[in-house]
Design a protein around this ligand. Structure first.
Ligand code: PRX
Length: 657
């Protein structure tokens, strides 16, 4: 489907934009100085790569750019685990805390120093090597927010075994699709997860998934709870048995020297078809990109306590809980549970307890806290905070102001960071201490990056006008392709505007050159900062035996940014009852995961179609958004859409995430 033209109404937003210049005291101590914007792309990254990262073998070329394929730090060899762990201990910083881990159960805590982390990683790596995990062995991971997850991601990086982490909210079917696409041989999970006061059957989900994944040889299970766990003899092993008796001496288990372009991981993300894309990230450029952006954007200092409250199962957690922060030798926080367990004070208790100085989260979480009210934060001492961040979707100015006032005490700059699974690192962002902030704007491209807003023909639109966001220069952590789908890679990102990376987002650049992101322009919804394709949800619905036809779109939602609305036609003989609605929501949850369950389902005897039989989603979006209907003249039967509109979206909205 052709993307819609960006709406010119957006331009009116420009009126009355508030501006927040950098506080002088922050600017005086900031890591980033204004000259950072003056540097030439390759010279900038060369300097960062040499000063920030330890190479086993130096690279001979910073960038080899054969559009759309980039190689960064060509010929260089390094190991990410060595950079994230060993070298800090070798430098005498072993006693520094790498992570404060807070379990969801109140009072369950662990402090993990860099020395502890090294020992844990080495023991696990030795155990894995004994099991037969080697450089190039493909591994699948389905583990929630426990310290064993980063330990495993580091151990696999130490060996050079590429992996994919699947977010613990995905269903067995989604797991099976991803594990099959990557052809994983080893799978890692935990018996049960703990979230929102509930136990999640993670091992049971993997058992279900593996019935469809023939390549798996072994599954390693971390015992998180005392819940009964069925183990399949010959295939399943306990984590503690794999590590038992293994040496924790790093000399017993040296880091592999890996080519800069060695594959680190695949992360699957939704696109405009039902099949998720395996986004490929490699070693040298990814580490340089994530560590450098983390240092400047979050202004990391040696005594900071940094908390990225995302889930490690998404790209934000990969880049900014694990690899970037650890490469910088930073102290981080990992929290296992939901923000309101056992009550809405939990986050603020964590900030006070660990004296968190930097908090990085998503607008949807900020809006949830707004809903619960500022009194919860007010009961805690949040003076340790000095910088705040936002990611995942456009942050509405009201949420920005609330975050600034009630959490940041009006003294903390907010970095609104735009990026994607594909970009691997933050690309559009303020630099704290330099940039004048505007609530709702992600402001400027990261130094060295060239960004433009173009019209349908690929021509740059005048400042103030809306269009499509494109990236015109390569960056170190950029995706290296879609796994096993080179044509899809070219077609999705590089064909719409030849020579430019098409991000799939609408944007506007204002008169100061600041960027305002306006959401997706394709068939991808953004629910709570997570990408879900409309077609994936439609396929899940149509898969239900009682469904004849389904169409799905997103509508604006005050809490989750966008919410999923499904229009469903049932097969004859089946009735649109509340039970049917619940059954369909459950079915989508089972096929994809709870996060894809529609917030609303509208049952309709027919869907609006053109005479050639194409569903007119534009009209469904109008209905979902409660807007007046657009042009209906091309409809085969104009009565249908009027009928749907009268049904409106009657069911109460049901939020999952
Ligand atoms: O639409 C943009 C939105 O999230 C998409 C990327 O989603 P994902 O790959 O899941 O990664 C999310 C975390 C990096 C983008 O195409 N998005 C992300 N950050 C912002 C944003 N939209 C507006 N402002 C942001 N700061």
């Amino acid at each position: 489907m052709a993307p819609e033209k960006p709406k010119s109404a957006i331009e009116t937003l420009q009126v009355d934009v508030k501006k927040y210049p950098p506080p002088a005291a922050f600017a005086a101590q900031a890591n980033a100085k204004p000259e950072i914007y003056d540097q030439e792309l390759e010279a900038f990254w060369d300097k960062e790569a040499k000063s920030r990262i330890s190479w086993f073998k130096p690279y001979h070329k910073v960038l080899e750019w054969n559009l759309p394929y980039a190689k960064w730090f060509v010929g260089g060899e390094l190991n990410i685990c060595y950079n994230c762990v060993d070298r800090h201990v070798e430098a005498g910083k072993g006693a520094k805390v790498a992570y404060y881990w807070e379990g969801e159960g109140v009072g369950e805590r662990k402090t993990i120093t860099y020395s502890d982390l090294l020992k844990d990683v080495v023991k696990l790596t030795n155990g894995l090597r004994k099991l037969g995990v080697k450089k190039g062995t493909h591994c699948g991971i389905y583990i929630a927010m426990v310290p064993e997850l980063p330990v495993l991601m580091l151990a696999l990086a130490r060996i050079g075994a590429p992996f994919t982490v699947v977010f613990a909210g995905f269903s067995p079917d989604s797991l099976a699709d991803r594990f099959n696409d990557m052809e994983v041989e080893f799978v890692f999970t935990q018996n049960e997860g703990l979230r929102g006061g509930k136990r999640l059957p993670l091992k049971a989900n993997v058992d279900e998934a593996l019935k469809q994944v023939p390549t798996v040889k072994k599954m390693v299970v971390y015992k998180r709870t005392d819940g009964a766990t069925a183990m399949q003899v010959g295939r399943d092993l306990w984590w503690h048995d794999v590590t038992a008796g293994q040496s924790d001496d790093p000399k017993s288990c040296p880091c592999e020297s890996l080519d800069s372009e060695h594959m680190l991981y695949l992360l699957y993300t939704s696109g405009t078809t039902a099949k998720p894309k395996g986004i490929m990230h490699t070693t040298g450029g990814y580490l340089v990109g994530t560590a450098t952006t983390h240092h400047y954007i979050f202004d990391i200092k040696p005594d900071d306590v940094y908390w990225c409250a995302a889930d490690i199962g998404w790209v934000t957690g990969h880049s900014y809980i694990v690899y970037g922060p650890l490469a910088n030798g930073c102290t981080g926080v990992i929290y296992e549970g939901t923000p309101n367990f056992p009550n809405a004070e939990r986050w603020w208790d964590i900030i006070e307890r660990y004296k968190v100085s930097i908090l990085y989260t998503a607008p949807t979480a900020i809006r949830a806290h707004m809903k619960w009210g500022p009194q919860h934060a007010a009961k805690h001492d949040l003076k340790s905070l000095r910088l705040l961040g936002s990611v995942g979707e456009p942050i509405n100015p009201e949420a920005w102001e609330w975050y600034h006032e009630h959490i940041g005490g009006r003294r903390c700059p907010i970095v609104d960071t735009w990026w994607q699974t594909e970009t691997g690192m933050i690309l559009i962002t303020p630099l704290p201490g330099i940039t004048t902030l505007k609530p709702g704007s992600a402001t400027k491209p990261f130094p060295g990056l060239v960004v433009a807003v173009v019209n349908d023909k690929g021509e740059e639109v005048p400042l103030g006008g809306g269009g499509y966001l494109v990236l015109k220069s390569p960056w170190p952590a950029m995706l290296r392709g879609i796994y096993k789908a080179p044509e899809r890679y070219v077609q999705t990102y590089w064909s719409r505007f030849p020579g430019m990376y098409f991000a799939g987002d609408g944007a506007r650049m204002d008169k100061d050159g600041d960027l305002w992101l306006m959401g997706r322009v394709d068939d991808v919804m953004n629910v709570s900062g997570h990408r879900i394709s409309t077609i994936e949800v439609e396929s899940a619905l149509v898969d239900h035996p009682k469904v004849a036809e389904a169409a799905v779109c997103g509508r604006a939602d005050a809490l989750t940014g966008q919410a999923i609305v499904a229009f469903v036609t049932l097969k004859s003989g089946f009735e649109a009852t509340p039970e049917m609605l619940a059954e369909l929501r459950e079915h989508v949850g089972k096929k994809i995961g709870a996060l894809a369950k529609p917030a609303n389902i509208v049952f309709t005897p027919d869907l609006p179609k053109t005479r050639s039989g194409k569903i007119m989603r534009r009209l469904l979006r109008d209905v979902a958004e409660n807007r007046p209907l657009g042009d209906t003249t091309t409809l085969a039967d104009a009565a249908v859409v009027k009928e749907i509109a009268t049904r409106a979206v009657t069911e109460a909205t049901q939020h999952e995430v």
